[in-house]
Design a protein around this ligand. Structure first.
Ligand code: HEC
Length: 191
C-alpha cells in the first residue's frame, strides 16, 4: 500500500508542488522498447544495411511501376511512346548513357553535339526525328556515311536503351554543337 501512495516533493515553486512517484512499469517498458527498437533499426537499416530505408524502397517501387508501364506499352510492339517512356526510367538511362559513352562518343561527342556524326541535341534530323526513325538508323546504320549498324553488335535491348538515352539529349542544344543537318522536326504534342 505504502508504495502506491502519492509521494510529494518537498519544494514548491509558485505555489505548485510536484509528485515524486515511481513511473509505472508498463510506461517504462514502452520507453525501453523504443530505445531497443531504435538501436536495432539503426543497425539493421543504416549500419549493416540488411534492409532498405523507406526512401530507397519508394525509389525501387517507382522504378518497378515504370517498368511495368513500359512492359504494357511494349506489348503492342516497340513504339515512339514506349521508347519515350523508357527515357524516364533512371536505370535504363544509366545503361543507355554507358552504351553511348562506350560506342557513340567518338563520332557524336560526349555531349551529343557531334563531330563526324551529326548533332543529336538540336531539332534537325537527317533521317527523321521520330524515336522509331532513330531506332531504325541505330539498328541498321547508314554504312555509306560512316554510321555503323549497331543492331547486331548491341542487341535489341541495348539499342533501345541507347536510343532512349539519345532522346534525353534532344533539345539540349549544347553550345559549340555541330551546325544543323537535315530537316526541322517538330514533335507532335503528346495527347
Ligand atoms: C564512326 C562514327 C559513328 C559512330 C561510332 C556512331 N555514329 Fe551515329 N552517325 C554517324 C554519322 C556519320 C551519321 C550521319 C549519317 C548520314 O549522314 O546519313 C550518324 C547518324 C546518327 C543518327 C541519325 C541522325 C539524324 O540526323 O538523323 C543517330 C540517331 C545516331 N547516329 C546515333 C548513334 C548512336 C546511338 C551511336 C552509338 C551506338 C552512334 N550513332 C555511333 C556516325 C557515327
Amino acid at each position: 500500500m505504502s508504495e502506491l501512495q502519492d509521494k510529494v516533493r518537498k519544494h514548491t515553486f509558485d505555489g505548485i508542488q510536484e509528485y515524486d512517484n515511481k513511473l509505472p512499469n508498463w510506461w517504462l517498458w514502452t520507453l525501453y522498447g523504443a530505445i531497443i527498437y531504435a538501436l536495432i533499426y539503426w543497425l539493421a537499416v543504416h549500419t549493416i544495411a540488411i534492409t532498405r530505408t523507406p526512401v530507397e524502397q519508394l525509389q525501387v517501387e517507382m522504378v518497378a511501376a515504370a517498368e511495368e508501364q513500359l512492359a504494357r506499352a511494349a506489348e503492342g510492339g516497340l513504339s515512339n511512346e514506349s521508347l519515350a517512356l523508357m527515357s524516364t526510367i533512371p536505370d535504363r538511362m544509366a545503361e543507355g548513357k554507358a552504351i553511348f559513352l562506350q560506342y557513340c562518343v567518338v563520332c557524336h561527342t560526349e555531349s551529343g553535339g557531334g563531330s563526324v556524326g551529326p548533332n543529336l541535341t538540336d531539332a534537325y534530323w537527317i533521317h527523321g526525328g521520330d524515336l522509331m526513325d532513330q531506332h531504325r538508323i541505330v539498328t541498321n546504320g547508314v554504312p555509306a556515311k560512316g554510321m555503323a549498324a549497331w543492331g547486331n553488335q548491341l542487341g535489341p535491348r541495348r539499342v533501345e536503351a541507347v536510343v532512349a538515352y539519345v532522346y534525353t539529349l534532344r533539345g539540349s542544344n549544347v553550345p559549340g554543337g555541330k551546325a544543323p543537318e537535315g530537316e526541322l522536326y517538330e514533335e507532335e504534342a503528346t495527347p
